[in-house]
Design a protein around this ligand. Sequence first.
Ligand SMILES: [Zn+2]
Length: 263
Amino acid sequence: MIHRVADTSQISYHCELLGKEFVYSITIVAGSKVLSTLQKPIPQDVDGIRDLVQGYWVVVQGYREGYRADPVAAAHGPMTEREVRRMYWNRRHYEEGAARQKAVEELIRQQSVLSNKCFAALQAATKAIEKQMEFVVPIKTPFIFDCEGRHYSHHENCLWSSTRRLTVEQWLGLISQVVNRESAKLASLSGRNAAPLDRRTAISTSVRTEVWRRDEGRCVRCGSRDRLEFDHIIPVALGGSNTSRNIELLCETCNRLKSASIG
Ligand SMILES: [Zn+2]
């Protein structure tokens, strides 16, 4: 019913200026997939954010007003760069001579400098607001949202999707079911892998004989002669070899005690 979209994903606030208002959306990047929730106005009841939004709004407006206050710009009224360029290239509009042409060129230059400053201020503003949002408005987990007709849940850096709308409890329950099923599957896979490992632990007859003689047919720990087993001093799984140097005789009891102390 639910399906794992991606194992690793990043979730963050994305702020921008829309009209005269700062808005935010929550963006989830999972592999090549980028999902975004609907835009909402920045919550301005949070102190740090309100100061940032208002402060930067003043800065951005300042650049705009600065342009309007410019005498050359004021003479023409507010114009977009495109309008100014169209005017510049349209010969009919400047028979007034070189001085007028120069003024228009200056206007274009100033306007682009100002719009660059505006843009930089805006970028700084959105970055700062995004950071502040992360700090004062942490994104809840699981974060549940809808996108392109599907339902999503972002939980512990993992992105899940469902065709059905689910509650927080249903999401958490289904996610833990999937995770448990996966770990059970993984455990059974590693169990199957144990077979070739067993083959690697097989000890040749000549080594068995050599170890038996060296250890005098007794447990090297307690000296018992009962229920003896060939034990890898360094386990095969940890790189131990099947040579007599790495094999010793242990009774069953001592071997279990040793395994318990390693495990
Ligand atoms: Zn023993």
